[in-house]
Design a protein around this ligand. Structure first.
Ligand code: SF4
Length: 494
């Protein structure tokens, strides 16, 4: 089955068309050389680089390599402050939240770091039926109040493109009554295996947000070591060009990522930067809408998770988050519940813009109302942060961040070139702040509990007092929407 499935999926011409003189865009020698040549940046150079980043310009590989080598404590603190400044300039004080919804854990691959790997016989395998997809969605939006999901699929004929599109459609069709109005999922982002262009074309038809594929590691030898030589995922370049194909298929909102802990973390940051710059170069300046940087976590029967050679400690992890923020200033940055709460909170002060909450990664775990319990035999890996959405929102509000459930962007065409322009010119935060307040109002009325509600109301009052409007008409529109939202109308956005 695997070999037919593999030949059905991988189309060699959909790799070769992107190569230049037979080469792809990851030149390992060049990355190693750039890292070696920028080992000791002086203070003046670091300041110049930070100024460029604050001007919302993508850094060069040499500049990024220089930041990766900073170890002077004062300079590191300046980098942290600059990263926060960039984030506030581009995204304001907003945090976007989502939940992952695992649809299926069947997988033909055998990645050495993953509990879903085909040789892990201890894993309970199943995929959600459409009734179960509906039940999971209703629990996520009706109990927790989520408006955004990332739907996750193993790579397998059981979860092919037909299953993917049908399950996304099922998610969008659910609506649940709440105490103040109603709630539904308004944006479905997708984390799935690399696909050929004709499969990818079907995703915009069901209205997806971001399409994510992580390269895992940009280092070829490591890639071979952890993915084997005869699995679908063994093809490094098929994965490397997943986003090129997505763009060609009309998906201009893409997310890239690397799994930190498989190889040298500085190399992986450089790989992500080259990937972002390559997308910008090929697709009219449209870089990745998001970058993810998960760290390797324990997983059932996954040998690579016990290999500590390249484990990334907390200090290096926070540094790499800071450098990514500075290197690709316009991109959204996702820190997931793999990380412990304290680390996640710190990353928000270094540029992270999106976090998941109330996270369950066992198949069917939301509707089964499993509390904090984690189940190794059903999960891809173990979680570090099991805070509910209510708790996360409260913690963020205490730190001055407003949780936004805004999903207006992709629904009114603020994607691709348009969103990139708005992000680079720091105008995106303006629209989104108004929508953040409207959607935060909705969520507090529908789902906020005691202390979260109290702190949330304080935050809303302070935001209402400092909103900036693009003219009187927009002010009138916002006031009207705010009044109607408070009265129970839902999903009004600017
Ligand atoms: S990481 Fe993805 S492709 Fe690899 S075994 Fe796990 S689910 Fe399958």
């Amino acid at each position: 089955m695997t070999s037919t499935f593999k030949s059905d999926i991988i189309r060699p011409d959909e790799i070769e068309r992107y190569l230049e003189d037979g080469a792809d865009f990851i030149d390992e020698d060049l990355i190693h050389r750039t890292l070696a040549e920028n080992r000791r940046p002086d203070r003046a150079r670091v300041h110049d680089i930070l100024a460029k980043s604050k001007n919302i310009e993508t850094l060069t590989p040499a500049e990024t390599a220089a930041l990766l080598h900073v170890d002077d404590l004062d300079l590191l603190e300046e980098m942290r402050a600059a990263a926060l400044e960039v984030k506030l300039k581009v995204y304001d004080n907003r945090i976007v939240t989502f939940a992952p919804l695992y649809m299926s854990n069947h997988c033909v691959n055998n990645c050495a770091y993953c509990g879903f790997r085909s040789e892990n016989t201890g894993m309970e395998r199943r995929k959600l039926s459409m009734e179960e997809v509906a039940a999971e969605t209703r629990a996520l939006t009706g109990t927790h109040g989520h408006k955004r999901l990332i739907v996750v699929y193993g790579e397998h004929p059981e979860s092919d493109i037909d299953y993917i599109t049908e399950s996304i459609d099922t998610v969008y069709r659910q609506s649940v009554e709440t105490r103040g109005g109603h709630s539904c999922i308004r944006r479905v982002n997708v984390n799935a295996a690399p696909m050929p262009i004709d499969h990818l074309r079907r995703l915009p038809e069901v209205g997806i947000g971001t399409f994510q594929v992580f390269q895992e590691t940009y280092h070829r030898e490591t890639y071979r070591r952890v993915h084997g030589s005869h699995h679908l995922k063994s093809d490094y370049r098929w994965r490397l060009y997943a986003m090129h194909r997505a763009m060609e298929a009309g998906i201009d909102d893409v997310g890239i990522g690397a799994l930190f802990g498989l190889y040298d973390w500085r190399f992986e940051v450089m790989g992500l930067l080259h990937h972002a710059r390559e997308l910008e170069r090929r697709f009219d300046g449209i870089g990745p809408h998001t970058i993810s940087f998960p760290r390797l976590e324990p997983a059932q029967n996954a040998p690579a998770t016990t290999d500590t050679r390249y484990r990334v400690g907390d200090a290096d992890f926070l540094k790499l988050v800071t450098v990514l923020r500075l290197a690709v200033p316009y991109t959204g940055m996702i820190c997931t519940a793999r990380e412990p709460a304290a680390i996640r909170d710190e990353t928000v002060h270094r540029g992270v813009t999106q976090m998941d909450a109330s996270t369950r990664i066992g198949i069917g775990a939301y509707s089964a109302d499993e509390k904090d319990g984690q189940h190794e035999e059903r999960q891809q890996f173990m979680l570090g942060d099991t805070r509910s959405l209510d708790e996360l929102i409260r913690d963020m509000a205490r730190q001055g961040f407003i949780t936004s459930f805004c999903t207006a962007g992709y629904r009114i065409g603020r994607t691709g070139e348009r969103i990139m322009h708005l992000l680079r010119s720091c105008k995106e935060g303006h629209f989104c702040k108004l929508n953040a307040v409207l959607t935060f109002r909705e969520w507090l009325d529908d789902f906020g509990t005691g202390e979260t509600r109290r702190i949330g109301e304080e935050l809303i009052r302070s935001e209402l007092g400092s909103l900036a409007f693009n003219g009187k008409a927009q002010r009138r529109q916002f006031d009207d929407y705010y009044r109607r939202t408070s009265a129970g109308e839902r999903d009004l956005y600017i």
